[in-house]
Design a protein around this ligand. Structure first.
Ligand SMILES: Cc1cc2nc3c(=O)[nH]c(=O)nc-3n(C[C@H](O)[C@H](O)[C@H](O)COP(=O)(O)OP(=O)(O)OC[C@H]3O[C@@H](n4cnc5c(N)ncnc54)[C@H](O)[C@@H]3O)c2cc1C
Length: 438
């Protein structure tokens, strides 16, 4: 009896001495950090507005009806249940009090000894009026699913439309931005035009579907090597995507895009992939923010001016170095590497290791057998790159069930181009869910 009392006394003491870490965001950075932290030393609270982790590199496949949302998302509670002293708190962060060391979400206020901000990035519309209300995006899983519904809506309405010129208007899609997300969604729309329309929409002439991609610079995939950029351009043209380089958009109103030279053109549906910025977190002092609204951090990912209590990792963190004067690329690898290093430093109790980014290369896929890959010492494309792309993405997904269902979908699609996923889900209007808080 006495022994049991002594053990529970020590357990209570150890628990009391544990430090509280609040992590905002359970994406690549946040979740990798949480898994690697020493759970005997830290009590960890994960705050995320969604109750699941999702996989942004495959959002474009949700938007183009290639995969279902649940194939690329995994509930936090399932992922965290194996970890001691880790809890999930649903909530949208509404404010920080850096002096009192508290985080206020849409539902509660949490106290921390150390705060780690891993809230990622959001769409940047560069101040263009009317864009957030009128364009479609694929930056979150919800946005990707919304884009899918709107794309399917245009195809169905196009199939019913008797007026040929209105039909062509309805079937006009513009993708803005020639980075990986833009190239991938434009390629997926091109595949729909080339392979899906003739089979599933006999009322439509594929020539009526107009897919255009515009890019402000002179090349696609700016971060990749010239040979990969040229291959991606060729692949998109093979899929009948009209690619316009050196083309800058200045505004979008009444379904008309205004270009830098002043002329306007009609596009029914605009998919915006042209810019990202750090996710705004209310309560952060202006002097802690740098280029692109990202949080300025030192080489240990500690926030400027609050080194003792706040860190930022992943897309939202701006760590400038000689090689990366504008910060590291907003990609999964820097987020994962920063998370692992921060966990090592926090676990050791000392700021020993500085961050050094190991670039493992980048990839983009345009369609079946059409992908490009830049590795540190070589570049390749075509089927090999596509297979490598599929393998890497499959392995990176959370959950065996998700891996298997994505593999099954891809294999099925490869041979048939036919998925049962072209479902147009209209959200219900009532009851209003104001308590969701965002
Ligand atoms: C369409 C698309 C395709 C991409 N393709 C690739 C690719 O092929 N390869 C690659 O390396 N990278 C790719 N990326 C980039 C990659 O996804 C990001 O670099 C990576 O997700 C960054 O990880 P993170 O943890 O910093 O942020 P995220 O993974 O975005 O996670 C942020 C988390 O914070 C939560 N959150 C945000 N704000 C709040 C708030 N206020 N309150 C509560 N929770 C909040 C979000 O719900 C989310 O769970 C792609 C991104 C997109 C959008």
């Amino acid at each position: 009896m006495n022994q049991r009392k002594t053990a529970s006394f020590f357990y209570y003491k150890v628990k009391k001495q544990m430090k509280n870490i609040v992590v905002i965001g359970g994406g690549f950075a946040g979740l990798n950090l949480i898994k690697k932290l020493d759970h005997r030393r830290y009590r960890v609270m994960l705050v995320d507005r969604n109750n699941f982790q999702s996989f942004p590199p495959l959002f474009y496949q949700v938007a183009s009806s290639g995969l279902a949302q649940e194939n690329i998302a995994f509930p936090f509670r399932r992922e965290l249940k194996k970890l001691r002293n880790v809890s999930y708190h649903m909530g949208h962060v509404k404010g920080l009090d850096l002096e009192a060391r508290t985080v206020t979400t849409s539902y509660e206020t949490l106290s921390y000894d150390r705060l780690v901000i891993a809230a990622g990035s959001t769409n940047n519309f560069f101040g263009m009026e009317g864009l957030p209300e009128n364009v479609f995006c694929i930056k979150t899983l919800a946005e990707a699913a919304h884009s899918r519904d709107e794309i399917l809506d245009r195809l169905e309405r196009g199939a019913l439309c008797k007026d040929p010129s209105r039909r062509r208007e309805l079937l006009s899609f513009l993708v803005v931005g020639g980075g990986p997300a833009g190239v991938e969604i434009a390629g997926a729309l091109g595949e729909m035009k080339k392979y899906v329309l003739p089979r599933e929409y006999p009322e439509l002439d594929p020539a009526d579907l107009r897919i255009t991609l515009i890019e402000g610079t002179g090349h696609l995939l700016g971060a990749m090597r010239p040979e990969s950029q040229e291959k991606a351009l060729r692949y998109l043209r093979e899929l009948m995507v009209d690619v316009r380089l050196d083309t800058m958009m200045k505004g979008y109103a009444d379904k008309h895009v205004t270009f830098a030279d002043g002329h306007t053109e009609y596009w029914e549906t605009l998919v915006w992939t042209a810019g990202v910025m750090g996710e705004p977190i209310p309560g952060l002092p202006k002097e802690c923010l740098g280029h692109g609204g990202r949080i300025v951090v030192d080489e240990y990912n500690r926030m400027k001016g609050y080194e003792e209590s706040v860190c930022a990792i992943g897309d939202i963190a701006l760590m400038t170095t000689e090689k990366y004067p504008k910060g590291h690329p907003q990609m999964a690898q820097p987020a994962i590497q920063q998370a692992r290093l921060l966990a090592r430093n926090l676990n050791s109790g000392e700021w020993k290791e500085k961050f050094r980014y190991r670039d493992k290369g980048s990839m983009a896929t345009v369609g079946k057998n059409r992908a490009v890959a830049d590795l540190p010492r070589m570049s390749f494309g075509g089927m090999m790159a596509w297979m490598a792309w599929m393998f890497i993405h499959l392995m990176s997904l959370l959950g065996m069930r998700n891996k298997l269902s994505v593999l099954l979908n891809w294999t099925w699609n490869y041979f048939t181009y036919s998925t049962s996923l072209r479902l147009l889900m209209r959200p219900t209007k009532f009851p209003l869910r104001r308590h969701w808080g965002d």
